[in-house]
Design a protein around this ligand. Structure first.
Ligand code: COA
Length: 261
């Protein structure tokens, strides 16, 4: 995979950790970082060495404190639309990735940072994590899918409250709302937990994992019938070698060896 300026990548037994590395700006997402994420995920889609992904932020203070406000301040109506659509496209690549992507949130996840975490398939957090969509403080709204994904994840009433008050919520409240799956005591424990969740998933049938992601996404896609996506995906699993291996291994009382075929 290419060398990046704002991302650090480390692959440990198929779990790729991507660390957003602009700690002096609280890992704010400038356009260059968004494009690096696009490039990284283009590779992840096809790279057999990568089975799953952890996204996290450098330092102890922030996951990502938002889109880079110094770049946002220059936007006008025309390039503002492009800015939003471009970020939506990259975050959709993350959401639709057939390999599980987990956000390990170690501090502020604000604006585009909260939106990035929500584009991931799961979120876990440290106790100092703070989530929020404070865009209305700047005279804008969430533009990287936040109005949609926050509503999907925590429901309309609370999502509207958070987006209109610009309030931040802590890890416990985020967990009680379903925004976060687990809380770990420290950044180190967060990474251990992230690795253990993904190692477990990596031992399952890879094609089936991708089909679970597609079918769940089908629930939220207007032009798709989620039940139909599920039935089509189920049928596709039934013709896979992994299905033969998984059922055979169960009947032979041994662990399955999946090949992703
Ligand atoms: N864009 C660009 N720079 C950012 C940033 C962002 N979203 N968030 C933080 N930074 C920069 C600060 O400007 C500062 O840079 P400097 O040292 O060159 O002045 C550095 O990161 C540290 O941030 P600072 O504000 O000094 O830290 P803090 O602990 O006092 O406050 C926050 C932390 C997160 C509360 C505060 O930085 C903040 O409100 N950030 C913006 C959050 C936001 O509105 N995000 C949505 C954007 S759409």
């Amino acid at each position: 995979m290419a060398d990046f300026e704002n991302l650090q990548l480390a692959n440990d037994k198929g779990v790729l950790t991507i660390t957003i590395n602009r700690a002096e700006k609280l890992n704010a997402l400038n356009i260059a970082t968004i494009e690096e994420l696009r490039e990284a995920f283009q590779d992840i889609y096809d790279n057999n060495e990568v089975k799953s992904v952890i996204l996290t932020g450098a330092g102890e203070k922030a996951f990502v404190a938002g889109a880079d406000i110094s770049e946002i301040s220059e936007l006008n109506e025309m390039n503002g639309r492009k800015f939003s659509e471009n970020g939506q496209e990259v975050f959709e690549m993350i959401e639709k990735c057939h390999k599980p992507v987990l956000a390990a949130v170690n501090g502020f996840a604000l604006g585009g940072g909260c939106e990035l975490a929500m584009a991931c398939h799961m979120r876990i957090a440290t106790p100092n994590a703070k989530f929020g969509q404070p865009e209305v403080n700047l005279g804008i709204i969430p533009g990287y899918g936040g109005t949609q994904r926050l509503t999907q994840l925590i429901g309309k009433g609370k999502a509207l409250e958070l987006m209109m008050t610009a309030d931040f919520i802590g890890a416990e409240e985020a967990k009680s709302l379903g925004l976060v799956n687990h809380i770990a005591e420290s950044h180190e424990e967060l990474m251990t937990l992230a690795n253990s969740i993904l190692s477990k998933i990596n031992s399952k049938a890879p094609l089936a994992i991708g089909m679970v992601i597609d079918s769940v996404n089908g629930y939220y896609t207007g032009e798709e019938n989620g039940y139909q996506t599920e039935a089509n995906s189920f049928a596709a699993c039934c013709k896979s070698e992994d299905f033969k291996e998984g059922t055979k291994a169960f009947l032979e009382k041994r662990a399955a060896e999946f090949k992703g075929e």
